[in-house]
Design a protein around this ligand. Structure first.
Ligand code: GDP
Length: 326
């Protein structure tokens, strides 16, 4: 780690801070966190800004002139999306990333944090995955459209820093979940999907719950509120060309996660593992030594996050049933 110490701390207090990305989960968690910081929040959500439209993005930056930008929530979409809409995934993510990063440069944004997911690490990366493993081997084909766009974002941050001295940083986050996650049964990731299936099974008095794959793969999960805490911490305390991981550093098997979810939901029937569905990588967990060395510690109680997510889901059940990827 070769942190530019002259540039930290970059305190967010009283700054104009823009939060942009596709989707609400991380953006909302970030806004909640930023509200405790006495900064001015500029929310660039899909309703008030088409992030894929360069003209609109440039005009938005000119109008609001942010000091700091969080570019979060690129869309990953999972196996099904990468098979059926790879062009959409690559195009939309790439547009959002390039538009936002270039607009930040054009408008003299003092600090930008770009966030991608750890699914861009090579599929054979040694576990836990260290930041240096990026781009050392081929990534899982399933992640290809998302990974190509994300790695462009990471490189753009490095190149704007190198060519223009811009203080742009990249963060690689582990699997995230939380309120406002995507609960669509096709496009959602494992936690929201299983929450929904277990809830609907219980509501319909079904005694069986379907879970994809063998239940054996291990994944690391971070609750959106804890991720937002880490992102604000890094915005203030990290300035380097190299990306930095955010996670908990601990992986659980899918079967263990499912057990936590069924306990929270109160589903006591049988769990059936559908082995015709893909498991994906056998294990995926980030090495978080770098962020820990800076003084950030993850919270480890996943069940609290699952409970908060479940409560949000139940309260908003009617609105989420028609959810799609975009
Ligand atoms: P990723 O594999 O890290 O990209 O994350 P996912 O959340 O898509 O999947 C994690 C693991 O959960 C994989 O082994 C999936 O096969 C398994 N899984 C079990 N049930 C589901 C489900 O309903 N949806 C998804 N997306 N994954 C599931």
């Amino acid at each position: 780690m070769d942190i530019d110490t002259k540039r930290i701390p970059f305190l967010l207090e009283e700054k104009k801070v823009m939060v942009c990305g596709f989707g609400d989960m991380i953006r909302d968690a970030l806004k909640d966190k930023l509200e405790q910081t006495n900064c001015i929040i500029i929310d660039a959500d899909e309703k008030n800004l088409d992030l894929t439209n360069q003209e609109d993005v440039f005009a938005f930056f000119k109008k609001y002139s942010p000091d700091a930008v969080f570019a979060v929530e690129t869309k990953f979409g999972g196996n099904f999306a990468s098979q059926t809409m790879p062009a959409d995934l690559l195009f939309r993510n790439l547009m959002m990333i390039t538009n936002v990063i270039h607009a930040a440069y054009n408008n003299d944004v003092k600090k930008l944090l770009f966030m991608g997911y750890s699914s861009v690490y090579p599929k054979d990366a040694k576990q836990p995955m260290v930041e240096d493993a990026l781009l050392t081997g081929p990534f899982d084909k399933v992640n290809e459209p998302y990974a190509v766009a994300t790695l462009c974002g990471l490189k753009l941050c490095q190149f704007y820093r190198k060519q223009f001295g811009s203080d742009f940083i990249s963060v690689m986050a582990t699997n995230v979940f939380g309120p406002k996650d995507n609960f669509d049964l096709t496009y959602g990731s494992v936690i929201p999907s299983v929450i929904r299936r277990a809830y609907e099974a219980k509501a319909n008095n079904k005694q069986e719950l379907e879970v994809w794959g063998t239940g054996a793969p291990k994944r690391e999960f971070i609750y959106s509120e804890d991720l937002a805490d880490a992102l604000c911490f890094l915005m203030e305390r990290y300035s380097d060309a190299d990306p930095i991981n955010v996670g908990t550093g601990e992986a659980l098997s899918i079967a263990e996660i499912v057990e936590k979810i069924t306990e929270v939901v109160g589903f006591s029937g049988k769990v059936n593992y559908d082995k015709s569905k893909l498991d994906g990588m056998p294990i995926k967990v980030c090495d978080i030594s770098k962020i820990k060395a800076l003084g950030w510690e993850p919270k480890k109680d996943l069940k609290i996050g699952i409970l908060k997510t479940y409560n949000w889901f139940v309260q908003n059940y009617e609105q989420i049933t028609e959810q799609k990827l975009w």
